[in-house]
Design a protein around this ligand. Structure first.
Ligand code: HEC
Ligand code: HEC
Length: 481
């Protein structure tokens, strides 16, 4: 969730003032300590002293620690700075100093929103890394909410984006695909540069991102579709904003909790001890802590296919209707290796690698493809599409109606559906498709009841992993709230 949040507030007066506030708060909080501990450095992560299981367990700790004031939860507020939407300067609810809820500062821990493995059981099956229900859906960049319909137009006005939390399962496969596709596209861009005046089609793994050309001085990227003109595939975020989960996590930490990873300063060449959000705490998360969080998110089980009766017939219909043009059932990696980098560079997926894991190994267990890497049955193309006026947002951006194709793996267990969770059933989700998906949507609407049941049986065969993190053992420590 980094869009619109690139600017750091670093006003000297506010830093001084916030520093004093934090110091006085500290003095009163006798008997309390930061909840995050012991701290972990990148040198420890890369030392080889910790096993992959240890590193994942450490990552689970970062993902599940409820951060408190002493950890650096929250941020200062500077009334003289007119921008109250950016990290480090958001107002809080009735000036309560901790939470706002309608533009972040909406949680203490990642787990709060990513804690449901299946919503198709009663009671729901809980687990780390899963989806969230409606009451955990963040409200992003909301400026106006007309809940009592004072405009008298029959609906509660709400600008910004309401976003229902997806799961993190199988993220390694998705991230590996995205990086390989980026590498392919960057190579095609180089090909365009070496052949001025030639139009180069941008196709990778069967996904068509339009075309590019070079006139000897500049690239013409007006033909690029479904991604940004920098030709970086960004599978994460509903709008295709982030190239790795780590890239996503940097924003998530700040947006939800006002926790600022050191690397956001490091990547901008600012000193390590920068207190960017003015809350009196520095080094809120180290580079090593973000690395284990990345490893934890990526080294989870992947969703599974458990075929239901009628699913095969439903799959044939699904493909015939054109659903599979966007929801591509499978994409295959070239390599079995998945790399972890820091600093991570969007346009150069092979830069600064510090760890490599085999996608075929547990707990991921991706299917080995002879002569290639692994098969990822994600049911998506990692590309943005215009979904029509019905799903459109109100930012006034050309991307308002565009969304990255939802990955349908695990869909049986993840209601409610669509980016804002408006669909409580699969059929509502399909019928809400418009824009580029209108023809496919109409085909589904026109199916005979028996055929519809088969399509639903196919979708209900796409399950989340059972017990995704059980091998990581019991809780590690207690905190003093
Ligand atoms: C208040 C609820 C909430 C909290 C807390 C939260 N998330 Fe999320 N998470 C979401 C939502 C909603 C999305 C979808 C965002 C989007 O698409 O723009 C998401 C998406 C993600 C994704 C990308 C998944 C994908 O497939 O696109 C990752 C990775 C992620 N979260 C990790 C984290 C981590 C790590 C934390 C803790 C630092 C965290 N989340 C805290 C709600 C939450
Ligand atoms: C043009 C590309 C495209 C086509 C064709 C398409 N979809 Fe989608 N689909 C999307 C996008 C993009 C989303 C996410 C929309 C959102 O979040 O608001 C989505 C979301 C969904 C969801 C909800 C996923 C979730 O996790 O919330 C389901 C179910 C779904 N599609 C099924 C289908 C079926 C069945 C068909 C064929 C009848 C189909 N789609 C055709 C692009 C497409």
């Amino acid at each position: 969730m980094t869009r619109g949040f690139s600017r750091l507030r670093l006003s000297a007066a506010a830093l001084l003032c916030a520093g004093m506030l934090a110091a006085s708060a500290d003095a009163q909080l006798v008997g309390h300590a930061p909840n995050l501990g012991p701290r972990l450095t990148q040198a420890q992560v890369t030392s080889g002293a910790l096993s992959l299981l240890d590193l994942r367990r450490e990552g689970r700790r970062i993902f599940t620690t409820p951060f408190n004031k002493l950890d650096g939860h929250g941020e200062a507020y500077d009334p003289t700075n007119p921008d109250h939407t950016s990290f480090g300067n958001r107002p809080t609810l009735q000036n309560n100093g901790t939470f706002l809820r309608v533009n972040g500062l909406d949680a203490q821990t990642c787990l709060e929103c990513h804690g449901i493995v299946s919503n198709s059981t009663i009671p729901a099956t809980l687990g780390i890394g899963g989806v969230g229900g409606m009451n955990t859906s963040p409200m992003f960049m909301t400026r106006n909410i007309d809940v009592d319909d004072s405009a008298n137009n029959g609906f509660a006005a709400f600008d910004g984006r309401l976003i229902n939390p997806p799961f993190l399962f199988g993220a390694a496969g998705v991230e590996a695909l995205g990086k390989e596709m980026t590498a392919d596209l960057q190579a095609l861009k180089m090909q365009a540069m070496l052949n001025p005046g030639t139009v180069i089609p941008l196709i990778t793994k069967g996904v068509n991102f339009g075309f590019i050309s070079y006139d000897g001085a500049n690239f013409d990227t007006t033909g690029v579709v479904g991604i940004e003109p920098d030709l970086v595939v960004r599978p994460f975020g509903r709008k295709g904003e982030n190239f790795t989960t780590r890239d996503f996590d940097r924003g998530a930490m700040q947006f939800h909790m006002g926790m600022q990873p050191v690397e956001i300063f490091d990547l901008q060449g600012l000193p390590t001890n920068t207190d960017g959000d003015g809350d009196g705490v520095v080094n809120e998360l180290t580079i090593g802590e973000m690395s284990v969080l990345h490893l934890f998110a990526n080294l989870q089980k992947k969703p599974e296919i458990i075929p239901q009766p009628g699913a095969f017939e439903g799959f044939i219909t699904f493909m015939a209707m054109g659903c599979g043009d966007c929801h591509k059932p499978v994409l295959v990696t070239d390599s079995n290796d998945h790399n972890f980098s820091y600093p991570d560079v969007g346009t150069d997926p092979s830069a600064n690698i510090y760890a490599t894991v085999d996608l075929r190994q547990a707990p991921m267990n991706f299917l080995d493809m002879p002569g290639a890497g692994v098969a990822v049955f994600l049911f998506a193309d990692l590309k943005r599409h215009d979904m029509g006026a019905g799903l459109m947002e109100s930012f006034g951006s050309p991307l308002d109606a565009q969304f990255t194709t939802a990955r349908l793996w695990g869909i049986a267990d993840t209601a409610p559906y669509l980016h804002d969770g408006r669909a409580t059933t699969l059929s509502e989700a399909i019928l809400a498709h418009g824009g580029e998906a209108l023809a496919a949507r109409n085909s589904f609407a026109g199916l005979a009841p028996g055929q519809k049941l088969n399509v639903l049986a196919m979708l209900r065969s796409l399950r989340t992993p059972v017990s995704p993190n059980t091998n990581l053992g019991p809780p590690l420590l207690n905190v003093n709230n």
